[in-house]
Design a binder for this molecule. Sequence first.
Ligand code: XIL
Length: 663
Amino acid sequence: MNRSVRRPLILTAAIALAAALGTAALAGWNRGDTANAQDPTLHDLAAAQGKYFGVAADNHEIADAGYAEILGGEFGWMTPGNAMKWDATEPQQGRFEFDRADEIVAFAEANGQELRGHTLIWHNQTPTWVQQLPADEMRAAVDEHISTVVGRYADDLNHWDVANEVYDDSGNLRDSFWLQTLGEDYIADAFHAARAADPDAKLYLNDYNIDGVNAKSDAYYELVQQLLADGVPIDGIGLQGHLIVGQIPDTMQENIQRFADLGLEVAITELDIRMELPADDAKLAQQAEDYGAVTEACMAVEACVGITLWAYSDKYSWIPSVFPGQGAALPWDEHLQPKPAYQAIRDALSGQTQDAPATAIEQHGQLSVCGTRLCDAAGEPVQLKGMSTHGLQWHGDCVNDASLDALAGDWGSDIVRISMYVQEDGYETDPEGFTARVSGLIDDVTSRGMYALVDWHILTPGDPNVNLEAAKTFFAEIAETHADNPGVLYETANEPNGVSWTDLKGYHEQVIPVIRERDPDSVIILGTRAWSSFGINEGSDASEIVNDPVDAENVMYAFHFYAASHRESYIEAVAAASEQFPVFVTEWGTQTYTGDGENDFAMSQQWTDMMAEHQISWANWNFSDDFRSGAVFTEGTCPNGPYTGTSNLKPAGVWIRDQILSD
Ligand code: XIL
């Protein structure tokens, strides 16, 4: 700690405690003796970057010898989880009790740890006697409480959480007894009282759900500016960091930075990242990524001074008691064994970004058709799985940086079909605008390591020859621009209908050379007759393709289906066809062919099993928040998300994300 002078009182407490526990116990607290702490410790790694790594603890936890070893060893800072709250320190007016707080302070100091004080003014864990006081008596009680508690530990603590959770989730001042009795000045008054009692401690506001940029953190951003303008002695803001696996706000660094820019320091004060129980490997892997991301967000901003875990092991987490069914929130499990998150934190503290799994493009490179399969650059068959956008003219706001990040990272998608309608307010209304938009999206998708499938989405009229010249213009421009990009595939016509195979084949044979001239090696996928059903939906079958294939190399044939409408006979037909010519399912859904209605997940599973067996790549319809059941997001998700996790997914979305994530 910065201040070397210890108050005799605390030394006395430490000695008394040592006597009570036996000197061996106190020696056992010493970080030099810790067998289980890794070298360098989390705190050592953080300290090398000018930050601290801390932990919260309660009295019964430091009494658990095995637990206390890591507690005293790995961490450089300590927060009493409950021992300094009002109900612990002044349960009755004027009767102060410091045994529990002293014990934590003694433990920390015996282990060379610095301390955060938590917390003075809170709507929870404050005795009823305080809550019932009239305004003037409440004000006096606050002054006495703060001057006594803060004064007592003035030489021991570096930080105080002066006011905790003063806003509600909508960004309004919380309607607590503090606000009701004292009005909003209670916040500023508490800071003044704390400064008077300890001129050196850094004084913090602290709250949950203010980790990213949102209405609640906006409210704090306003409040802090007002307090600073009013000369209120506030030094820092604590982002509690009670987070959910897969739902780390992607604006965390930005949020930390904006408070830093106001001249505040920032700390992550109560970090835990919970999941639905039971834990499994996938959730633990996501949790590791999430701990890494939070750590990196703090590391990236100089004013972020440190990170505190709200207990370090699942053995003592508060989560299961408050969020039923959830838990496994900490980097060590209940047997004190490190989880994947532990290593992820270490990596982030050491400045090593985690080894992101190789992207689809990194793994497979330039694709090509080999026999009846899609193959990677090494000539090995691959199956790509991913999503199709909805029409860009309607749901373009679902395709943005955050949603594509989610699709690449949280969904593990290999491919994005960029669905550009030709009619229905699509391309024909603004050829240049739509070409530019698709071109930009190809870059956005492939720079994230996903393949981009460019879909010339014709539907009505169903004969693509009607728009042949437009198609040539469009594909020429796209192929010219992206010729060197190994991540681009082309789909020449979405769902031809009411057109003969001869005419359709003639269309393909005119569009293919336009692409090939500019981009010789890309895979081109050809729409098939009767809404890309190999002609089946107009009474024909795949033999029309087998008997009269399109005259071109490196091409595949598109099939589309909707599992609730297209059932066993279609599955058999596609399985058989895929042994005769290369098939790519560029569009399919788990519901009826309208993209709406009940999901048939059992039939969908039969389809995905068949496609896995025959290595048929697919893109599911659709990555939008359209009202229909086939749009994966609930209405209103776009444009702001969040797109990660499952909170905004419809049932089809939850199901399809699992299918894409599974091997
Ligand atoms: C929690 C403690 O961990 C529990 O033991 C106690 O029963 C309730 O409080 N935000 C805070 C912490 O600021 O003080 C809370 O701690 C967790 C949420």
